[in-house]
Design a protein around this ligand. Structure first.
Ligand SMILES: *[C@@H]1O[C@H](CO)[C@@H](O)[C@H](O)[C@H]1NC(C)=O
Ligand SMILES: *[C@@H]1O[C@H](CO)[C@@H](O)[C@H](O)[C@H]1NC(C)=O
Ligand SMILES: *[C@@H]1O[C@H](CO)[C@@H](O)[C@H](O)[C@H]1NC(C)=O
Ligand SMILES: *[C@@H]1O[C@H](CO)[C@@H](O)[C@H](O)[C@H]1NC(C)=O
Ligand SMILES: *[C@@H]1O[C@H](CO)[C@@H](O)[C@H](O)[C@H]1NC(C)=O
Ligand SMILES: *[C@@H]1O[C@H](CO)[C@@H](O)[C@H](O)[C@H]1NC(C)=O
Ligand SMILES: CC(=O)N[C@H]1CO[C@H](CO)[C@@H](O)[C@@H]1O
Length: 495
């Protein structure tokens, strides 16, 4: 009886285990013929891993001979290859038919010293390949012959090659292209018909870090679907409004950072009715014409003007940009923030970057009418000696970050309120409190404001700031040991 019962229990356990094992096997073992990698030995030194939607194959430090064999064996599995990645292989020439018949969606050939791509290198991939990245090689031309059949390609990167010219119809055939990256080449000349044949869908074009001296407007003629145009790190010296007209309709982001612009003319962007983000950082801009941002009143949200030569906040030029959320003016030569500096365009400002200027004064109503929107305010690295409560009080409650470190503060009654706030409600808002130090009076030099002794401020709270100033000065005077000693000596001497 007992043995029988035990047997039933054992059988029960056995079936349970079997069921669990089966489930485990079904979920963990690769099902041959569905996502299986080829035998590791057959593709050495490449490696293969199985992903939900295909294989990832990576080949490093090998040569074309071994690649052929490995790729041949991958191809025989008839699996879809999601990513085929070659890095650091010696491939001066990407040969014909290396990849033919592989069902591959994304190819990367990086750091392979490739200077030559056979016309037939991508043959057979026209109805499969979606992205191609040929970054960090030695290409001197756009390999048009090889690219022409890639009708499904949506992204092409030729970043960090040695391309000097882009010839006519360089990308012909790439009718599905959405993103084209040409960053970090030596491009000086772009043929007027360079982009002929890819105008239908292109949304993103990066021509940064090249040798362009002007916006290649003729070439951009028919790229009417462009949303993002990046031209940073070139040698562009002027913006001519007309130049931007061809790319106008849908352009949302324009990046002209790190060029040689000295001024922004009236109507510079008037043909860009959808522009919301404009980056002009790191030019030599000293003058922004009053009408510079005309036409962007209802679109512009993000403006970067940092690291230029501006001596004031260009408030007149900005005045009608009612949607502005970020104003970045860091690293200029701005000396004061005047009354109503953000009026009337400031009502939606969320980020203000004014660090690393020469600001010594912020006038009383400077932050009017910024009431509830401002979250991030950066004023570090300026010449502020004080912070007036009336200037700041209405914006404090909503700030997430207030950075005022590295300013030469005079720790007197004028900053008593700030010190108090910083020790209480402001403690999580003030960034780098230990670097927010007193410069004066001398004996507090280098002391974090929040840690300056209480007794230096206890007379401040109710007294008006000017009478308090006097009291503090007297206090400083009489607290000086040396003077007291002398005074006592003098009193004693006369009695
Ligand atoms: C590429 O060329 C450089 C310079 O000649 C060399 O140092 C490097 O090893 C080469 N890389 C490959 C993968 O062949
Ligand atoms: C722009 O399109 C027009 C009409 O399709 C064509 O005649 C012209 O050559 C194109 N220009 C460029 C630069 O692609
Ligand atoms: C801003 O708008 C007002 C009213 O429409 C106009 O008079 C003024 O010239 C505009 N300012 C700029 C810089 O465009
Ligand atoms: C900054 O502006 C002041 C005048 O406000 C000028 O004297 C100084 O040379 C400027 N500095 C730079 C680096 O442009
Ligand atoms: C900002 O505050 C002023 C009064 O201080 C008020 O008139 C204005 O409506 C406020 N603006 C916003 C956007 O809250
Ligand atoms: C500090 O924050 C609390 C809660 O948000 C608020 O009630 C109080 O008024 C604040 N105090 C100061 C001095 O801002
Ligand atoms: C991939 C892609 O977006 N292709 C589109 C390119 O543009 C043509 C014409 O506008 C569309 O029909 C395609 O669908």
């Amino acid at each position: 009886m007992f043995s029988n019962k035990n047997g039933t229990i054992r059988n029960c356990c056995y079936y349970f285990h079997l069921a669990v094992m089966t489930v485990v096997m079904l979920t963990h073992l690769p099902v041959k013929g569905q996502h299986g990698c080829p035998n590791r030995v057959l593709i050495r030194p490449c490696t293969c891993s199985e992903k939900l939607v295909g294989l990832d194959v990576t080949c490093k430090g090998t040569n074309v001979h071994q690649l052929r064999e490995a790729i041949g064996n991958v191809q025989q599995t008839r699996q879809t290859v999601r990513y085929l990645k070659f890095t650091n292989n010696h491939l001066p020439k990407l040969p014909a038919l290396l990849l033919a018949d592989v069902d591959v969606k994304n190819i990367l050939v990086l750091d392979c010293n490739t200077s030559n791509i056979d016309k037939l290198a991508f043959t057979g991939l026209g109805d499969k390949l979606e992205t191609l990245d040929l970054s960090n090689n030695l290409l001197q031309h756009v390999p048009s012959g090889a690219l022409g059949t890639l009708g499904l390609l949506t992204s092409l990167s030729l970043n960090y090659n040695r391309i000097e010219n882009i010839h006519a119809s360089a990308f012909r055939g790439l009718i599905s292209l959405l993103r084209l990256y040409l960053y970090g080449n030596r491009i000086k000349f772009i043929d007027n018909l360079a982009f002929l044949g890819i105008g239908e869908n292109l949304t993103r074009l990066n021509l940064g870090s090249n040798g362009l001296t002007s916006i290649p407007s003729q070439s951009l003629q028919n790229l009417t679907t462009l949303r993002r145009l990046q031209l940073p790190h070139n040698q562009i010296t002027v913006i001519l409004p007309e130049e931007l007209r061809p790319v106008g309709a849908h352009l949302d982001t324009l990046d002209l950072a790190q060029n040689l612009l000295e001024e922004i003319p009236d109507g510079a962007f008037e043909f860009l009715p959808a522009l919301s983000s404009l980056d002009l950082e790191g030019n030599c801009i000293s003058y922004i014409h009053h009408g510079a941002f005309n036409g962007l009143e209802d679109t512009l949200e993000w403006v970067k003007l940092g690291r230029n030569n501006l001596v004031s906040i260009p408030m007149t030029s900005l005045q009608n940009l009612s949607l502005l959320r970020q104003l970045d003016l860091r690293g200029n030569n701005i000396s004061r923030v005047t009354e109503h500096a953000f009026w009337p365009y400031g009502i939606r400002l969320k980020y203000i970057y004014l660090q690393d200027n020469q600001i010594s004064e912020i006038e009383n109503n400077a932050f009017f009418p910024i009431n509830n929107t401002l979250r991030w305010l950066y004023l570090q690295g300026n010449r502020l000696t004080t912070l007036h409560k009336t200037t700041f009080q209405h914006i404090l409650e909503n700030l997430v970050i207030l950075d005022v470190h590295n300013n030469p503060f005079l720790c007197d009654c004028n900053v008593a309120w700030f010190r108090e706030w910083m020790r209480n409600n402001g403690s999580i808002v003030v960034s780098m409190p230990r670097e927010t130090c007193c410069q004066n009076p001398r004996d507090l030099k280098g002391i974090p404001m929040a840690e300056a002794p209480n007794d230096r401020f206890h007379m401040c709270s109710t007294a008006s700031s000017s009478s308090c100033h006097v009291l503090l000065s007297i206090w400083v005077l009489i607290s000086n040991q040396c003077i007291i000693t002398n005074f006592l000596a003098w009193v004693i001497g006369y009695t």
